[in-house]
Design a protein around this ligand. Structure first.
Ligand SMILES: Cc1cc2nc3c(=O)[nH]c(=O)nc-3n(C[C@H](O)[C@H](O)[C@H](O)COP(=O)(O)O)c2cc1C
Length: 204
């Protein structure tokens, strides 16, 4: 059976993104094995001086890590091994100040490592290592940011992040207008659930 990693940061008890994710989980049940990385309960590691030195040594200088550097990079490698070991990744988080919340970006910075998920060839060209992975990115926002709106940053950013590690098959499931009244929210949530249905049908 395929494996799906859910990376969520959903601290809001009234989360609309969570409703979208719960719909996905109900539809995907029995079709894939779910691994859940809950960033509310387990914050991702951020770099300190030792782990950043380890990153530089391994990622850009081609060194084999030992001692404190080998230890310091382990929490990052756990996340990298986890995402490398699945077929599909689902991201679920709210829009905070026109972007993914900082905790989600910390997760992205932890896994987008040169020397692991991004390899450089002799010409300096980068190669993402997760070429067979697929991804779904779910995110609610209080406002509605249409195509071309400069505030629509999450879709552009996640396209860059995921392309960098080799994932090009990406579906975006936004739920806009959650602060524009219940009718708007329900309408856009229904559209998001329909999108989830078509993703599950196509991928599992
Ligand atoms: C700290 C914070 C920042 C927010 N920034 C934005 C924003 O930039 N744009 C927007 O449309 N909504 C913004 N909102 C509203 C949320 O995106 C909205 O409530 C959304 O439904 C959150 O997702 P959730 O329901 O899954 O928690 C913000 C909310 C909070 C708490």
């Amino acid at each position: 059976m395929s494996k799906t990693l859910v990376v969520s940061y959903l601290p809001n008890a009234y989360s609309v993104t969570k409703k979208t994710l719960d719909h996905f989980l109900a539809k995907a049940q029995g079709k894939t094995t779910i691994v859940h990385r809950d960033l509310v309960k387990n914050a991702p590691p951020s770099y300190d001086e030792t782990s950043m030195t380890a990153y530089q040594m391994r990622g850009f200088m081609g060194k084999t890590l030992t001692g404190e550097h080998s230890e310091a990079i382990k929490p990052f490698d756990i996340l990298i091994d986890e995402i490398a070991g699945v077929n599909t990744v689902v991201f679920a988080f709210p829009t905070h100040n026109w972007s993914e919340p900082g905790v989600v970006k910390t997760y992205i910075d932890a896994i987008l490592q040169a020397g692991r998920l991004i390899m450089y060839d002799a010409e300096g060209k980068s190669h993402g290592q997760l070429k067979d992975h697929k991804a779904v990115v779910m995110f609610a926002s209080g406002g509605i940011y249409d195509e071309g709106n400069p505030r629509r940053t999450i879709q552009a950013a996640f396209t860059f992040y995921l392309n960098a590690i080799g994932i090009t098959d990406i579906k975006f499931v936004p739920v806009g207008g959650t602060l524009m009244g219940p009718e708007v929210t329900e309408k856009n949530l229904a559209a998001a659930k329909a999108e989830v249905d078509s993703v599950v049908k196509a991928w599992y």
